[in-house]
Design a protein around this ligand. Structure first.
Ligand SMILES: *Cc1c(COP(=O)(O)O)cnc(C)c1O
Length: 407
């Protein structure tokens, strides 16, 4: 006998570890940008699994790739090659201009692999003390110990120390990076656009300057493209917008379109750094995840989704900008690139209750940077769905402007 939504919520709140704060509903199924809960209520999903469901929910090509591969071979371990993984490695390297791919199962693992690669690179050169990382305030790199050390937000870090040596400097401040340099610095780790930190774009020339600093200091430049990569910002990697190439690139989120997979890509000079046995993952590069990612990349190409991310993203940006002009007291700023946008809310706006009110009206959004609404819909989102989302937002802000005390 199946449980009702209310019963499931009751069981979930009894047995699940309470480290999240889900609303009392249970998601059931989705199609494209639409998502339905157990009671049949429909939502426009502008969270998309946190910038993950790049091809939308239940894309037929992705679904059939998963079903076909699951029926053939799901897992072999890395004792053996498997065909989907070999083909995926080649495709990712060719798309990104990188030379080697190492696979894992999540974003934080891709960062860990990059951090270990950087340390081992200098260790192999008889510089074992060269292990410090420079990262940025308000950055997010994941929640395992190394990635957590690199994450520049106290809310994620507090209570989990001691963490390894990372120096955090203000995002966008190249002079602060220079001041933080020293003989022990192994790598600079940066998100081309800070995602969790509030969709913060880099100042012009910043990423190129980081590249120049890394080159002159002889340290590595590591790009966290977990949220921004695989077409999300309108190019395969967001770094391409600024014409910069990193030595190490971390991918995850959008790569599997909803299926867990991560990848660490690197340039050729790092390919002999990790000898056999020094790093690995039981599930990393498994045939099922690899075939899924291949299907996602197929759809990205056949449906021209990077181009769509640019054109639809520009339209969304214009509509959000118009809302800032209509409600300057509530939503003073809109920013973003491709299909990753934020609407900054004024101090005093209760973000959580606004989120709940949007959800009740049928629009799912997430919070980024504590005070901004984040928009990261599937790259297959249509103009009409963008319009519907903005209309819902307009209604919710309108209600807020008539009921909330002016800040
Ligand atoms: C989500 C995210 C991570 C962590 O990925 P997980 O799969 O949750 O481990 C790391 N960096 C960035 C920029 C992210 O957005």
């Amino acid at each position: 006998m199946s449980l009702t939504e209310a019963e499931l919520v009751q069981v979930g709140t009894t047995y699940l570890y309470p480290n999240y704060r889900q609303p009392p509903l249970v998601m059931s199924h989705g199609r494209g940008v639409e998502l339905w809960d157990k009671r049949g209520r429909r939502y426009l999903d502008f969270i998309a699994g946190i910038a993950v469901n790049s091809t939308g929910h239940a894309h037929p090509h992705v679904v059939s790739a998963i079903a076909g591969q699951a029926a053939r071979l799901m897992q072999t371990s890395n004792y053996f090659f498997n065909e989907p993984n070999i083909l995926l490695a080649r495709r990712l390297c060719q798309q990104s201009g990188m030379d080697r791919a190492l696979f894992c199962n999540s974003g934080t693992e891709a960062i860990e692999a990059g951090l270990k690669l950087a340390r081992r690179y200098f260790y192999n050169q008889q510089q074992p003390d060269r292990h410090r990382i420079i990262a940025f305030d308000r950055s997010f790199h994941g929640r395992t110990m190394g990635s957590l050390a690199a994450t520049g937000q106290a809310a994620y870090r507090d209570g989990f120390g001691p963490l390894s040596a990372v120096t955090h400097v203000p995002y966008g401040d190249a002079a602060a990076v220079r001041a933080a340099l020293g003989p022990d610095v192994a790598a600079i780790l940066v998100e081309p656009v800070q995602g969790e930190g509030g969709v913060k774009l880099p100042p012009a020339g910043f990423l190129a300057e980081l590249r120049a600093i890394a080159d002159s200091h002889g340290c590595l430049l590591m790009a966290d493209e977990i949220q921004t990569g695989v077409g999300r910002t309108g190019t395969f990697l967001a770094f391409e917008h600024w014409g910069v190439q990193a030595d190490i690139v971390a991918l995850a989120k959008g790569l599997g379109g909803g299926f867990p997979i991560g990848a660490m890509l690197c340039k050729a000079h790092l390919q002999d750094t990790l000898p056999p046995g020094s790093h690995g993952s039981t599930f990393g590069g498994n045939p099922l995840a690899s075939a899924t990612a291949m299907a996602v990349l197929d759809v990205l190409e056949s449906e021209r989704l990077m181009e769509a991310a640019r054109t639809q993203g520009e339209y969304l940006g214009d509509r959000l900008h118009a809302l800032t002009e209509k409600y300057p007291q509530l939503a003073p700023e809109a920013r973003g690139v491709g299909l990753l946008h934020a609407l900054e809310l004024a101090e005093g706006v209760d973000v959580r209750s606004l989120l709940a009110s949007l959800r009740e009206r049928g629009l799912l959004l997430s919070i980024a940077g504590g005070s901004a609404l984040r928009f990261s819909p599937a790259l297959v989102v249509q103009r009409a769905e963008l319009d519907e989302a903005v209309t819902i937002l307009d209604e919710a802000l309108s209600e807020l402007s008539t009921t909330a005390p002016k800040p």
